[in-house]
Design a protein around this ligand. Structure first.
Ligand code: UGA
Length: 457
């Protein structure tokens, strides 16, 4: 039997309603196809978008996969900025800031310490807080050296009710927010890209922190009402190829030997401009190779200690004419006294809200130890303290921005705020080694060092 449906389907259909139905079905098919094409396009775009987000966050969260430290720095800037706009802000955050920055003594200062999780920043913050000043820290926790050391310093500050805002100097929005919350009387500006020789590896990071960051900070400070007084870290390296000894503030500083030194010298010129145009009171401090507990792992005394203990060879530089290289190594406690002395004698800025009202104070001081010691002697002191013989590899100083010799004349700082360094290198290194052994948990390997070290841990 022939299937009735086949018969019916094979017969031509001429009725109007059937034609309309076929036409409608045709339209439905077209719309369906269009819909399918549009949805697959949308699906494709969504997948691409999600993939991009995954790649993006993977790169952000694993910056150390990159061998470019500048990239790491940029990622971190992004993260801290994102952190600020995302989860900082809000009443609890502002309360923490106010609490940290409020002085506890009458006529106490309210100080914004940039680079507070850094070596000098940590020590100065503790000293200010101890005497009753209010301190708010700012730090971007970049990975120029082990950020876990910065976090440990942060934990130490936190124990003393000092709060550090995670953020970058170049984040204008964040800085002005901080000034909206607290009418800072002073800024102690210590955040910087430090290190003389690293400038050849990552020049941009010096421009980013030491020039762009400084300008951003001064822009905020000049617009603040009241304007704060500013004390900031310059460097002994600005003396560069100067041959007059000991180095005085009046000596020439127009021959920097490294990009690091050039950015610090530029900072001094920029400070002049902001003082001149806006009436900001600014004091620059030229630090001379500062060392001590909680120090910087990128500095020679620190990594020599590590390498000597691990039995690794150390490279000791000598000059092109076979002379020993020397530094006016300055102990951290002396530098802290110098920083506080500079803050105490800083006059008020004269401008307000971006307008100068009269001439303002502009100063520059050496903060050194006034007695240079050779790097060879530094190594023998460490050998004695660590009870281990160093494997010294003496080489001619490569042309990497280093200078052969530094020696500070500090009479100006003595005259203006009684700066008088009191710690010699052996005493200071003894305190450093004691801290180092405790911090890294290797007391048993280091000769017992008894002293009355003033640092907290
Ligand atoms: O006083 C300053 O202005 C500067 O002091 C230090 O710079 P530097 O004096 O070069 O300190 P280190 O890097 O610790 O070097 C100390 C001495 O050890 C020598 N050195 C360094 C490294 C090395 O492998 N071998 C070596 O003999 C250097 O030539 C130098 O004489 C800091 O790193 C800078 O941030 C600071 O601004």
């Amino acid at each position: 039997m022939i299937d009735q449906r086949i018969l019916m389907a094979s017969q031509p259909d001429t009725s109007k309603s059937s034609k309309l139905e076929r036409y409608n079905s045709y339209l439905r098919r077209i719309n369906h196809t269009k819909f399918l094409a549009a949805s697959s396009k949308l699906l494709f775009r969504a997948t691409l978008f999600v993939a991009l987000i995954i790649v993006f966050f993977f790169t952000i969260n694993y910056p150390l996969l990159s061998d470019n430290p500048h990239r790491v720095h940029l990622h971190q800037n992004f993260l801290t900025t994102a952190f600020y706009t995302g989860s900082t802000g809000g009443a609890a955050w502002e309360k923490q800031i106010r609490h940290s920055a409020t002085p506890r003594r009458s006529n106490g200062f309210s100080v914004l310490v940039t680079g507070a999780a850094g070596f000098v920043g940590t020590h100065c913050s503790l000293a200010l807080k101890k005497r009753g000043d209010g301190v708010l820290g700012l730090d971007n926790f970049n990975s120029y050296y082990d950020p876990s050391l910065k976090q440990a310093r942060q934990a130490l500050l936190s124990k003393h009710q000092i709060f550090i805002v995670e953020g970058d100097l170049n984040d204008a929005q964040l800085l002005s927010k901080l000034f909206d919350i607290v009418p800072f009387t002073h800024i102690l500006h210590l955040a910087a890209q430090a290190g003389v020789r690293y400038a050849m590896k990552n020049p941009q990071s010096y421009v980013n922190s030491n020039i762009a960051g400084l300008v951003n900070l001064l822009e905020i400070a000049k617009s603040a009402n009241p304007q704060p007084s500013i004390v900031w870290a310059s460097s002994s390296s600005v003396y560069g190829l100067n041959t007059q000894n000991p180095f005085s503030e009046s000596h020439r500083t127009d021959q920097p030997a490294s990009l690091y030194a050039a950015t610090k010298k530029a900072g001094e010129a920029i400070a002049h401009t902001y003082n001149h145009i806006y009436g900001l009171s600014i004091t620059g401090l030229r630090f001379f190779t500062v060392y001590g507990p909680w120090g910087r792992p990128d500095m020679a005394y620190f990594f020599f200690t590590k390498d000597i203990l691990q039995g690794k060879p150390i490279t000791v530089y000598k000059t092109a004419d076979d002379k020993e290289v020397a530094r006016d190594f300055t102990y951290i406690d002396d530098v802290v006294k110098g920083c506080l002395g500079a803050l105490d004698t800083a006059e008020k800025s004269t401008g307000s809200g971006g307008k100068k009202k009269g001439p303002a104070q502009l100063r520059i001081y050496n903060l050194g130890n006034t007695s240079p010691v050779t790097v060879g002697r530094l190594v023998s002191i460490l050998e004695g303290l660590l009870n281990v013989k160093a494997k010294k590899h003496v080489v001619k100083m490569p042309r990497n921005g280093d200078v052969p010799y530094t020696h500070a004349n500090v009479s100006l700082a003595y005259k203006d705020f009684g700066y008088k360094p009191t710690t010699d290198l052996s005493t200071g290194l003894r305190k450093f080694v004691k801290w180092y052994a405790g911090y890294y948990g290797i007391q048993s390997r280091v000769k017992r060092v008894d002293d009355n070290a003033s640092y907290s841990s």
